[in-house]
Ligand binder design. Structure first.
Ligand code: THU
Length: 156
């Protein structure tokens, strides 16, 4: 562990039950990825305050810029299925058949921005768990930690 806001675990066996369960569902979601171009299969699992779980996976397109990341697919799904639902935590993981993902998968900048917006909207922190197929797992207590000096509504 590094500090109380960012926890680093050396493997899945060190995780709490709730973190481990969500990571497992994130892993399962990699199987739903539509990623024929990158062949990098990302899964996200979101735990809502009411106990519901919503999955997402990356959703690619032959027109490459239209590819959607797993995190944003999952979050948009939450918003469409249960608008206003409070997100307690999101777990993100990935599979790469060519090269085992041995580092925690890093959410892209756009996903960080979107996670931060959702967190601000709900007014309560969401935990972000990132992991690879093996290796360490990082748990952020809040999405805001992923994007210092984020652009937000206060500028508008
Ligand atoms: N990708 C995600 O879905 N989430 C991430 O955190 C990193 C990248 C996807 C986008 C694209 O479909 C593939 O991984 C390769 O960039």
């Amino acid at each position: 562990m590094e500090n109380k806001d960012i926890q680093i675990y050396s493997g899945r066996s060190e995780l709490s039950k709730s973190h481990a369960a969500l990571v497992k569902i994130g892993e399962e979601a990699t199987a739903d990825a539509y990623a024929p171009y990158s062949k990098f299969y990302v899964g996200a699992a979101i735990l809502l305050e009411d106990g519901n779980i919503v999955k997402g996976s990356n959703f690619e397109n032959a027109s490459y810029p239209l590819c959607l990341c797993a995190e944003r697919v999952a979050l948009a799904s939450v918003h469409s299925q249960q608008p206003g639902a409070i997100v307690k935590m999101i777990a993100v993981t990935a599979k790469n058949p060519r090269k085992k993902v041995s580092e925690p998968v890093a959410p892209c900048g756009a996903c960080r921005q979107v996670l931060c917006e959702y967190e601000k909207k709900q007014g309560t922190p969401m935990e972000v768990i990132i992991c690879g197929e093996t290796g360490k797992i990082v748990v952020f207590k809040s999405a805001a930690q992923l994007l210092p000096m984020a652009f937000d509504h206060t500028f508008l």
